[in-house]
Design a protein around this ligand. Structure first.
Ligand SMILES: *Cc1c(COP(=O)(O)O)cnc(C)c1O
Length: 354
């Protein structure tokens, strides 16, 4: 009997693992904003819901223009996508033929291997350095004639570490101009160190740099799926060509605009999260954990072989964190109350300084 055979190479591909949700437990596993939408945003979503019999604007016109004005770029250079994950996939599809190489640090965002593999491109992973930060010199050394795209996740998910202006400029100066560098800045709004550059500036200044941003984290719209890319015009055009029509839905478009109207309030929340991040990190250091400096809304505990054990320990206390087996644990910074619950369970993990 003949049967349907999906691509054999997909068997080897790990599925994207999302942060777990456990009923009755607090969820610190997906880097989400802790509060629900602002009243103004909830109202805009409810109003838009009355018209869901209509297709969304597939060109995402109003939001694209609004973002372009905010970024100081022409709208042609902005592409909106169904989450920035979708834009990562579109970038690989738009730039890579089979066998072309996509370069990124590892460990970094889990979507990069998946979108690269699905597009039949080749992953080149460059280990983070001893400080859990991008090793930009090693990344430069890993460039080959087949390299088409480099992802630099800044700050890096899941380690929270960030590359600074001077080293990033040196890197960008050295990358050949026909290779696109994508600065994935999903956590940009949580950055407090003035030496961590805003990638949009490089998009203005250079012909081979793009930046990815999302409404999923600081803007609190993870459930609606909307992100955006600022890029050279030819790249943005190509990314729009591989867009799945209508995939940025109408509620997402409306909600994102409402979030931009309420930006000051949302950014003030990020400032509180950033100060909680410093408190959480300080307390963990005092308990004897190693915790790299984070510029995002999460902290990284490089617990190695004890990562899964740590996650089970916190889960027993109804706190869900994100463990990467053999490597470390990522913990989202949330409200002071939820952070206290996490710190309490972290304090009772045995032999944490072993
Ligand atoms: C969360 C995250 C995103 C955002 O993904 P969306 O698809 O916009 O929800 C993008 N990049 C990184 C590194 C992330 O951690």
């Amino acid at each position: 009997m003949m049967s349907v055979k999906p691509r054999a190479d997909l068997d080897a591909l790990p599925s994207y693992v999302a942060g777990r949700s456990v009923p009755g437990a607090i969820k610190l596993s997906s880097n989400e904003a802790p509060g629900g939408p602002l009243p103004s945003v909830a109202k805009a979503i409810a109003e838009a819901a009355a018209e869901v019999n209509r297709y969304p604007d597939t060109a995402v016109t109003a939001l694209t223009h609004r973002l372009a004005a905010k970024l100081g770029l022409p709208p042609e250079r902005v592409a909106v996508g169904c989450g920035s994950v979708s834009l990562c996939q579109q970038l690989v599809q738009a730039l890579c033929a089979a066998g072309d190489e996509v370069l990124f640090a590892w460990r970094s965002f889990e979507a990069y291997p998946v979108v690269t593999h699905v597009a039949l491109a080749t992953q080149v992973r460059v280990p983070l350095d001893a400080a859990y930060t991008h090793d930009l010199d090693a990344m430069l050394a890993a460039i080959t004639p087949r390299t088409k795209l480099i992802f630099v996740c800044n700050p890096n998910n899941p380690t929270g570490t960030a590359v600074r202006r001077e080293e990033l400029v040196r890197f960008l100066d050295a990358v050949p101009p026909e290779i696109l560098v994508v600065l994935d800045e999903a956590y940009r709004e949580y950055v407090t160190d003035p030496d961590i550059p805003d990638g949009v500036r490089f998009v203005h200044e250079r012909e081979n740099v793009a930046t990815l941003r999302t409404f999923s984290k600081a803007y609190g719209l993870a459930g609606l799926r909307v992100g955006y890319l600022a890029a050279p015009e030819a790249v943005a055009d190509a990314v729009r060509k591989v867009y799945v029509p209508f995939s940025v839905n109408a509620l997402a478009q409306t909600a994102a605009l409402a979030c931009l109207d309420a930006e000051d309030e949302l950014l003030a929340r990020c400032a509180s999260t950033a100060s909680e991040r410093e408190r959480v990190r300080t307390e963990l250091l005092e308990m004897g954990y190693r915790v790299p400096e984070s510029q995002a809304n999460f902290v990284w505990l490089p617990l190695g072989d004890r990562s899964l054990e740590f996650a089970e320990h916190t889960l027993a206390d109804k706190v869900v964190v994100r463990a990467f087996a053999g490597d470390g644990v990522r913990v989202t910074v949330s409200t002071p109350e939820e952070n206290d619950l996490f710190l309490r369970t972290a304090r009772t993990f045995p032999h944490r300084d072993a």
